[in-house]
Design a protein around this ligand. Structure first.
Ligand code: TYD
Ligand code: MG
Length: 468
């Protein structure tokens, strides 16, 4: 038999080339092509591999499709269910990515144990740890009695055999980069193997209606290894975020066919595993030193969840020629833009100053609604005057210094009021648009409760109000 044809596959984007090149012509990555040998198109076993998926039968009328099929199964961990969009959908394929040591295996072992107790047998296949290692971790997490099957195996075909034998209610594969198919000669973790693993588990999940969770490793730059290949195949992509030096962890949905995207689950790493944090605002504000300059409270929305976080800024005279601008948890370019607006529209002189911005507690915020809060923290640090501790701020800042309306204002107002903030500085546009729905008079059960809502139109107006 002719040996399988060699192709060179880019490990970044999955593009194929007939010969080795120093640079991928598709994505431009350097030195990313690796030789992979696949199965020949005509080889035995290759022809009908994809046929099993097409067994769905004939087309059905929209109205006749039964939505009751889409029942969700709880993982027993509220915060995890929340990111999944309310629980695991049968037959869905979920990818959980994150840096090493952030808690992926811990969370999945906890979820697997809960799931096994509530819904039936769970298969936890690990290519990274032995059964003994998993069990000793499980003992620490208090797993106890549960129909939880451990399998220390890296061969996909063997794992699939066990799935067929056990017919579990949930399958966990830790991790997709360590498993390999005997049909490929390339090393585990290469694009070919990762793609094969994802596809095989997709068939198993859809074909037998077994929800499957794959663990994915991330590369140096923080994206999933074999990113495009994997993200397209799976139904849901979750990312584990947070800093290893902080106790709290955030699981974020970046793609979800069955729920809201950018939905967020917050956990705290403790001696006995990950503990869900039902009230993250309280956690993120717990260490706030109120009354110090350079701090403001932002009400951001992640998915459908409002969270209050502290934005900190420090402005100090630059000792070197180049002023440094640094941001942690917030887009650095956005900070530069906001500084330019502050200089031009609010008359602050920051040319010779270093500016540092930090979202406290290891959270990261991407929404433009955070702009006004960042601006307020910077101005507060420059003038060395603190904001009133019971004031929360949100709003987008435009280039001409205008404050623009933002989505889901009512949600933010409600959260801030519930957390005891008595004054909320927000875009006037939001108040004009649907101000009536915030406050039907003092003391009424509307989002604002008893909080005072102050609408602002320009950065200058906002700063005059906030920093007195
Ligand atoms: P782990 O789940 O192994 O990370 P991953 O699978 O993402 O690589 O998490 C390991 C880290 O979590 C490790 O640094 C120790 C810590 N940890 C705790 O603090 N408490 C615990 O109960 C457990 C099980 C782990
Ligand atoms: Mg692990």
């Amino acid at each position: 038999m002719k040996p399988p044809r060699a192709v060179f596959v880019c490990q970044e984007c999955g593009a194929q080339a007939p010969k080795w090149m120093g640079r991928c012509t598709e994505c431009g990555a350097w030195n990313s092509l690796v030789e992979e040998r696949g199965i020949e198109a005509g080889a035995p076993g290759s022809a009908n591999r994809y046929a099993q998926l097409g067994a769905g039968g004939s087309a059905r009328l929209y109205a006749e499709v039964d939505v009751a099929d889409a029942v969700r199964l709880s993982t027993g961990i509220d915060e995890f269910d929340r990111v999944l969009g309310g629980g695991v959908v049968p037959g869905s394929l979920v990818l959980l990515g994150g840096e090493p040591g952030i808690g992926k295996s811990t969370l999945l072992l906890q979820a697997a144990a809960h799931f096994a107790r509530a819904a039936g047998p769970v298969l936890y296949a690990s290519g990274e740890e032995s059964e003994h290692q998993i069990k000793s971790r499980g003992d620490r997490l208090g797993v106890g009695e549960a129909p939880l099957y451990l399998l220390s195996e890296t061969c996909i075909e063997r794992i699939l055999e066990e799935i067929a034998r056990l017919k579990p209610a949930l399958v966990v594969v830790d991790s997709v980069q360590t498993v390999f198919s005997i049909k490929f000669q390339s090393a585990p973790g290469s694009i070919g193997q990762v793609r094969e693993a994802a596809t095989q588990f997709l068939f198993a999940a859809k074909g037998q209606n077994i929800p499957t969770v794959l663990v994915g490793h991330v590369t140096k730059d923080g994206s999933l290894a074999g990113p495009k290949v994997l993200e397209h195949v799976v139904d849901t992509v979750l990312y584990f975020e947070g800093e290893r030096h902080h106790a709290h962890r955030v699981v974020r949905a970046v793609k979800n066919r069955y729920g809201a995207v950018s939905e967020l689950g917050v956990f705290e790493m403790t001696g006995a595993g990950l503990r869900p944090v039902p009230n993250p605002s309280k956690l993120f504000l717990s260490e706030r030193a109120s009354g110090t300059p350079g701090s403001s409270v932002l009400c951001c929305v992640e998915g459908s969840r409002p969270i209050l976080v502290e934005v900190q800024a420090l402005v100090s005279t630059s000792t070197y020629g180049n002023a440094r601008r640094m941001a942690i948890g917030f887009d650095q370019h956005r900070v530069s833009l906001l500084l330019a607006v502050l200089e031009k529209r609010a008359g602050l002189n920051l040319a010779g100053d270093d500016v540092y911005v930090n979202i406290a507690g290891g959270m990261s915020v991407e929404e433009p609604a955070a702009d006004l809060s960042v601006v307020a923290a910077i101005a507060s640090s420059v003038r060395n005057r603190s904001l009133a501790p019971s004031t929360a701020v949100f709003g987008e800042v435009g280039l001409s210094g205008e404050i623009r309306g933002i989505p889901q204002a009512a949600l933010r107002v409600r959260e801030a009021a519930q957390m005891g903030f008595t004054r909320i500085v927000m875009p006037a546009a939001n108040l004009d648009r649907d101000g009536g729905s915030f406050q039907g008079g003092r003391g009424s059960p509307t989002p604002a409760g008893g909080a005072e809502l102050v609408g602002v139109r320009t950065v200058g107006e906002a700063l005059d109000l906030l920093i007195t």
